[in-house]
Ligand binder design. Structure first.
Ligand code: HEC
Length: 483
């Protein structure tokens, strides 16, 4: 299916603007893996330098600082963006497109609506900054005094770890070869960690050796040898497949004993808050489930994972939470199919991050909490809103400050799907009926939340309540009128 879709392989300079839509699966288990690590890199908007000659916008004076602060973290050689924007030449070459994508808010990529939840590392350009890109392009891309331009940031450190030397570094057992074309591949690699005592993990950096072919990766833990068993069985059943690991669509094929997050393009490793950590039990194997998308030529990949241990036992263990609805059945042509879900918390929690998830025909997402009614009535807490969901830009958004929610607060989500031919991301032409499922062309409605029980004793009751709520969400909720 995905071969019919157009292609936007990263690191390939493109003059046309087709877009690859990639498949995903196994995200039910994401809740166990603990969500993606920060998709959103650490660029940030900076105040503009005072303009000495307001009449002319030049690369040296105006454009270079904007690019260096907001764009080049991805747009450098070997970065996640499709071409570098490091030099005057680079910027001049793409000036038209840069003006367009900044005006349309497509770049820098940041899907969450401003002022609806406050997140770390938000990427927004001000209207004045956007206007500078347009003015510069219209003025014929003047270079200005290049000798006085700021020095471009140095990305040589790309070869090093973003958070310093990890406590534990592991690699895929061997190089994996992805054929030039064919279906997407979901491969689980089993890596013994040889940890002889329990650890707490405060960050993980996943480094694909070949970004062009890796769509995403999810990191699971297994203390029971289940994945080793599955790998053995797979090679018995498929003697022709001599490569490491086992192929598995959907989840990893066993109930994981924990997780270490995941990776998607643009992801940057981030430390958890100092009093929170994930658990890495002794004797764990690391299972990396990698989703490969063939690029049109044979590719090889051998990713590396760096694990950072917490310096001391954390006060809170990360508790992956999930809000969702498995009842999705959208008739072809339906432009406004609404899926909702809610869950009332039996105990107080603190949220630190949020990862909304759906596939291709989803258009918009709204997630919020209502606090238990008080004398002043119900209070709404915005959690995230995405007006124009794009499957290629999913990831975890971390809150700028932890969000405390009391017992009795209700989490809500409302996702809207457009299964008409007007939806340019619809994978089916003409549109077909779309149901809940793990294929690209199926849909999902989940919101993964990173948080913890304020009182560790509540962890179990939170998990049980969450699971029972998820099971009940198998019947459609009535759709509100279109607006
Ligand atoms: C987090 C990484 C990231 C950052 C930051 C980023 N980009 Fe991009 N950019 C990408 C990726 C990946 C693509 C290709 C996929 C796409 O078009 O969505 C892209 C595509 C583009 C394109 C081509 C669009 C097209 O439709 O062909 C332009 C132009 C661009 N970026 C300019 C910018 C500018 C200007 C900035 C800063 C204001 C910026 N980007 C910041 C990752 C990034």
């Amino acid at each position: 299916m995905s071969n019919e879709l157009t292609n936007s392989t990263q690191n390939n300079e493109r003059s046309t603007r087709p877009r690859r839509i990639r498949t995903v699966s196994g995200l039910m288990s994401l809740v166990i893996a603990g969500g993606f690590t920060l998709l959103l890199s650490r660029t940030h908007s900076e105040a503009l330098p005072p303009s000495a000659t307001p009449a002319e916008v030049t690369f040296a004076h105006d454009i270079a600082p904007l690019l260096y602060a907001n764009c080049v973290s991805c747009h450098h050689d070997g970065g996640g963006g499709p071409f570098p924007l490091m030099t005057y030449k680079d910027a001049a070459k793409h000036a038209d497109l840069v003006a367009q994508v900044t005006a349309s808010h497509q770049m820098p990529p940041w899907k969450a609506e401003a002022n609806y939840g406050t997140f770390m590392n938000e990427r927004h350009l001000s209207e004045e900054q956007i206007a500078l890109f347009a003015k510069w392009n219209e003025a014929g891309k003047p270079a200005g005094d290049l000798a006085a331009a700021p020095a471009p940031p140095n990305f040589d450190h790309d070869a090093e770890w973003a958070l310093g030397k990890p406590d534990l570094v592991v690699q895929l057992p061997e190089t994996f070869t992805v054929p030039a074309d064919g279906r997407d591949i979901y491969r689980c690699f089993v890596i013994p960690l040889n940890v002889t005592e329990d650890h707490f993990v405060s960050a993980v950096e996943y480094r694909p050796s070949n970004r062009s072919v890796v769509h995403h990766a999810i990191l699971y833990l297994d203390q029971a040898g289940q994945a080793r068993q599955l790998e053995k069985q797979f090679h018995t059943d498929h003697p022709e497949d001599k490569q490491a690991g086992y192929s598995r669509f959907g989840g990893p094929g066993f109930l994981p004993g924990g997780g270490l997050g995941g990776w998607a393009p643009g992801a940057m490793p981030a430390l958890l808050p100092p009093d929170v950590a994930r658990t890495l039990p002794k004797g764990s194997d690391l299972i990396i489930q990698t989703h490969f998308h063939p690029t049109g030529k044979p590719e090889t990949e051998r990713s590396t994972v760096g694990i950072y241990f917490a310096k001391q036992a954390p006060q809170h263990k990360l508790l992956p939470l999930i809000l969702g609805n498995r009842s999705i059945n959208i008739k072809p042509g339906d432009k406004n199919y609404v899926v909702t879900s809610d869950w009332t918390l039996p105990a107080p929690i603190t949220l630190i991050g949020i990862t909304p998830h759906a596939h291709l025909v989803c258009k918009s997402m709204d997630v919020w909490a209502t606090l238990p009614s008080t004398a002043d009535g119900e209070q709404k807490v915005p959690l995230i809103r995405i007006a124009d969901w794009d499957f290629n830009w999913q990831g975890t958004y971390r809150y700028a400050a932890p969000m405390h929610l009391p017992a009795g607060a209700t989490l809500h989500m409302q996702y809207i799907y457009d299964n008409s031919a007007d939806n340019e991301r619809n994978p089916n032409t003409p549109p077909k009926r779309v149901r809940m499922g793990e294929q690209t062309t199926d849909e999902m409605a989940y919101c993964f939340l990173e948080g913890f029980a304020d009182r560790p004793l509540d962890t179990l009751s939170l998990k049980l309540s969450m699971m029972s709520r998820l099971r009940k969400n198998a019947t459609p909720t009535p759709a509100p009128a279109a607006n």
